[in-house]
Write a protein that binds this ligand. Structure first.
Ligand code: FCB
Length: 451
């Protein structure tokens, strides 16, 4: 069996986020976040669950680090809960919150696991939401103070920083589609929120660099590879629109290209920008384009687009290809093409796959083993796609599987399991799945088999 060898320094890890695993939602001085408020509001989460306890990682972090170490993981991407550090969003610092992450970082370093810290993975302090949240420029300013506090406290030991996770989800999924907290459906809010997230990223980059010597700083964007359902000009235009809305609206400004002109025109024509780009102040686009060390890439699936205007506009259609339990089509080729595009077209200096993974509910058999072979196959195909991109020249430096363990999957609650480790949410028992053991072997060999 042919073995595909990854570059010697390639970093293999797993990823999580604070709200999805920590629990302890109101312990030791933590303030309320918009996800606490959202999950405590009936009707928002498919199974009516909350992240109040989740994986109880806040109390079990030491065991979780020991488990990662046994499994051979080399890097761990996790996020910081802003309201655990600044319960009111700004101002008063909760030292107990900083201490928690400080111990976690020390534990990781002792276990030889490289920490990658995401500053914002969606749990905005409710106090800032009460002032208007991300549609307000002042929330972006508060983010910079928060980034300053955290990078001062951890910057001597953490050398890899991600400002934001998935601005598209923060902007559009949360403010236009309304599926995520705060659950609004307002295009103008979405566009303003997106801008302030990007702006706060640009502001924070030099602050983090000043506090964390020799650190590498980047942002994580999420990508859905867009293809037209047919070669008709209308379907081609639908795919261009979706790519603009989902991918280019964020990647273009980060790489100094301003907001894409075709999308500004489309949004204007649709009435989404009644006052134009009035939220963009002079100098903002230069700030957003602050040079970064790497781009974090989250990739799960593609979208096939059909134009159904004027009635239904741009629609996603489903193909015959296999889907994961999220209903996401399995399309590893999209990861390959995306990585190549980010390198050749945007000239990203370094790429990390900061999330990729699959939801399958396979649980323990009678012998206690979790035979999640479909997840293994999903990972294998995507590892090969990354390998092919590296062969084509893309500077892919590491791969973080989403997720270390089953956790609270946002609006889906506990109905979707993305973990390489099974979690029994009654007992908090963890069982590494067969896919995890397979990934451990890939890491040990730094290679994946072609078939
Ligand atoms: C991404 C999120 C992550 C997880 C995966 C499945 O959009 O960043 O927290 O929910 O999807």
């Amino acid at each position: 069996m042919a073995q595909l060898h990854f570059p010697p320094e390639f970093l293999w890890g797993s990823a999580t986020s604070s709200y999805q695993i920590e629990g302890a939602w109101d312990e030791n001085g933590k303030g309320e976040s918009i996800w606490d408020r959202f999950t405590h509001t009936p009707g928002k989460i498919e199974d009516g669950s909350t992240g109040d306890v989740a994986c109880d990682h806040y109390h079990r972090w030491a065991d979780d680090v020991a488990m990662m170490s046994r499994l051979g993981l080399q890097a761990y991407r996790f996020s910081i809960s802003w309201p655990r550090i600044l319960p009111d969003g700004r101002g008063r610092v909760n030292q107990a919150g900083l201490d928690f992450y400080s111990r976690l970082v020390d534990g990781l370093l002792e276990a030889n696991i490289v920490p990658f810290v995401t500053l914002y993975h969606w749990d905005l302090p409710q106090a800032l939401q009460d002032e208007g949240g991300w549609p307000m420029r002042s929330t972006g300013e508060a983010f910079v103070d928060y980034a300053d506090v955290v990078s001062r406290a951890l910057g001597d030991r953490v050398k890899n920083w991600i400002t934001h996770n998935e601005p598209w989800c923060i902007g559009f999924l949360s403010h236009q589609i309304g599926e995520h907290a705060p659950g609004h459906q307002d295009w103008q809010e979405a566009l303003r929120a997106s801008h302030h997230v990007l702006l706060s990223h640009g502001w924070a980059v030099p602050v983090i660099r000043a506090n964390s010597l020799d650190a590498e700083v980047g942002i994580t964007l999420n990508y859905t590879y867009a293809t037209p359902a047919s070669s008709s000009p209308a379907d081609m235009a639908a795919a261009r629109w979706f790519d603009g809305y989902f991918n280019r609206w964020f990647t273009d400004p980060v790489y100094g290209r301003h907001y894409p002109a075709d999308m500004v025109a489309d949004f204007t024509a649709a009435g989404h920008l009644p006052n134009g780009l009035d939220f963009v102040q002079s100098g903002d686009m230069e700030i957003i384009a602050a040079p970064t060390d790497f781009l974090g890439v989250n990739y799960y699936t593609r979208a096939v687009l059909r134009d159904e205007s004027p009635d239904n506009g741009t629609q996603t259609v489903f193909t015959d290809l296999e889907q994961t339990e999220m209903g996401w089509e399995i399309y590893p080729e999209g990861l390959y093409r995306l990585l190549c595009r980010l390198y050749f077209d945007y000239e990203a200096p370094k790429l990390y796959i900061t999330e990729n993974g699959a939801s399958y509910s396979d649980g323990p058999d009678a012998d206690g083993k979790v035979r999640d072979h479909r997840r293994t196959e999903y990972m294998r195909q995507h590892f090969i796609a990354a390998y092919r991109a590296i062969q084509a020249g893309a500077p892919v430096k590491g791969y973080f599987v989403w997720s270390l363990m089953d956790n609270f999957e946002w609006a889906k609650g506990y109905l979707q399991r993305f973990g390489m480790v099974w979690v029994d949410f009654e007992t908090q028992q963890r069982i590494p799945k067969e896919s995890m053991h397979w990934v451990s072997r890939v890491i040990a060999e730094n290679a994946v088999s072609w078939e």
